[in-house]
Design a protein around this ligand. Structure first.
Ligand code: ADP
Ligand code: MG
Length: 508
């Protein structure tokens, strides 16, 4: 067997009352691709952040090439040959890719002057070798997510990493881009690098990994070569119990009038004030305004789930803003045949909940004027609590004390609160943006069941998601957005990920 390059022994780490890692062992072998899988909150990121020197373990020991080491900082980790691409990128948005990559390791001429040319040459060569097409001299904030990720990887390699850790790198990518990432990983492996990839997706594990480690509730429950396991076994180990997938029974409802209808809806980037518009008309007739939504035609009927696919940033966010009244359209018509619209927002921290408010109060946001919760301007505490407890029970959200601020709940439970609140209000139209993002398998299944049930009760559901599996599983129709347009509408049973991916990348 190949010698271990990294060994972590008995690693424990506690945050307050959460035991994030409990006596974890982890071994990475030279030249392998090692996948770490597990539900949200299983402790995967914590373990890797400890390895990368971002957190200090409470107990345990780390060996690099057989030597016991202390890793008090990422700087030390880098010197040991470790590099990490984190879940949330750490690039400086206004810096170019080149500036980001050479940051803190600027090549010098005559010992003092920055030598960007030398750096650029090396990085361009490295990029070419990995098949990356990254424009090095524009601010990274203007690059698509895929290219930003390439920048992160280049940065880590430029700093000399032999061991590359990637925390959920595929979460932000389209299927074709995932294949590109995997090719890059394979090519790094063939050069003798060792790689760790954290992912939720078992098909990815099977496709890329040599070895898999399963974590559950802060512990490693298994670690084995990929040839010794299969997705069903892995899923069972991740959950600690067999998985029973929700079956989608499509109950046909007679389609009459759509609950939502968009006709030639266009939203452009101009600021919507009269003064600005007047000024613009007077001076120029610029055509340069970006069209966030470009002549969108879409209908959602009662009793159907319409999925919206697309690489992030192609108009999905704006579509939701327009549908939920957060932004006014520039032209076209938008008809909604119901007032009762529920919205499960993509960014739950900014739009879904109020982090510092009590859990029970978060249940009535948006419904606080309802007579059940408020009489003569006075909040009805008892009634609010009763209804919150009811919903918590129904949605299996475990909390210690409903009077505590909601920020004390895990991200998954916060999301469940939002879903519970929105669906319990008995809406006719449900607009759900990435409703299972960040949820573990159980919680995601739960949300799926709820959306299907709503659909079967003749509600209209618009589902925006970056998870193709989710869209294929739930939708009756999938509309693909690219560059503000709907470039195709397909039925799940008549399409596949490749076709969707091609549409998402504007290849058709
Ligand atoms: N910096 C932190 N402060 C407090 N709690 C944390 C912190 N980081 C992680 N946790 C908690 O530790 C547990 C494990 O988290 P994490 O390692 O991020 O899991 P995973 O990456 O497997 O989803 C979770 O319950 C999480 O809420
Ligand atoms: Mg994580």
């Amino acid at each position: 067997m190949v010698a271990p390059i990294i060994e972590m022994h008995d690693i424990s780490k506690r945050f307050g009352h959460v035991q994030a890692n409990a006596d974890v062992d982890f071994t990475l072998r030279h030249g392998e691709i090692h996948a770490i899988v597990g539900e949200n909150g299983a402790g995967k990121s914590t373990l890797m952040k400890i390895l990368y020197g971002l957190y200090q373990p409470d107990t345990g020991e780390i060996f690099v090439n057989g030597d016991s080491v202390a890793i008090p900082s990422p700087r030390r980790a880098m010197r040991l040959g470790l590099g990490m691409v984190q879940q949330h990128f750490t690039l400086i948005p206004i810096f170019t890719a080149l500036q980001n990559i050479i940051l803190a390791k600027e090549p010098r001429k005559f010992g003092a002057l920055l030598d960007y040319q030398q750096g650029e040459k090396r990085i361009a060569a490295l990029a070419a070798q990995l098949g990356f097409d990254v424009p090095l001299n524009v601010p990274v904030e203007s690059l698509p997510i895929g290219a930003q990720q390439h920048t992160e990887i280049l940065k880590v390699l430029y700093h000399g990493a032999d061991i590359l850790i990637m925390d959920e790198p595929t979460a932000v990518l389209a299927p074709q881009e995932v294949e590109g990432l995997f090719n890059c990983m394979r090519s790094l492996k063939s050069e003798g690098k060792s790689l760790v990839i954290i992912t939720h997706k078992l098909d990815e594990v099977m496709a890329i990994a040599d070895t898999v480690t399963v974590m559950r509730r802060g512990q490693t429950v298994a670690s084995c070569p990929i040839s010794d396991t299969d997705p069903a076994t892995l899923a069972e180990m991740i959950l600690g119990e067999p998985v029973i997938p929700t079956s989608v029974t499509r109950e046909h409802t007679e389609n009459t009038t759509p609950l939502l209808r968009l006709e030639n809806v266009t939203l452009s980037g101009s600021v919507n004030t009269t003064r600005k518009r007047k000024w613009k008309n007077a001076i120029t007739n610029r055509q340069s305004d970006k069209r966030y939504l470009d002549e969108i035609n879409l209908e959602v009927f009662p009793g159907e789930i319409v999925g919206i696919a697309g690489v992030e940033g192609n108009g999905q966010t704006e579509l939701i803003q327009v549908l939920t009244g957060l932004r006014q359209i520039d032209s076209g018509t938008l008809t909604s045949n119901s007032e009762r619209i529920a919205h499960v927002p993509a960014d739950r921290h900014r739009h879904g909940i109020s982090l510092n408010d009590r859990i029970d109060d978060n249940f009535i946001i948006g419904h606080h004027r309802n007579r059940r919760f408020c009489r003569h301007g006075i909040l009805q505490r008892k009634s609010i609590q009763r209804s919150a407890l009811n919903a918590l029970d129904k949605y299996q959200i475990r909390v210690g004390d409903i009077t505590h601020p909601i920020r004390t709940l895990s991200g998954g439970n916060q999301q469940k609160v939002v879903v519970a609140r929105e669906l319990e209000a008995n809406p006719e139209v449900i607009i759900a943006a990435h409703p299972t993002r960040g949820l573990d398998i159980h919680a995601a299944e739960f949300v799926h069941t709820r959306l299907i049930r709503a659909r079967n009760r003749a509600k209209a559901v618009l589902l925006v998601s970056s998870e193709l599996d989710e869209l294929l599983h739930l939708s009756d129709r999938i509309a693909v957005m690219y560059n503000g347009k709907i470039v195709g509408t397909v039925k799940p049973e008549e399409t596949n990920k490749q076709e969707l991916g091609a549409l998402m990348l504007g290849l058709n």
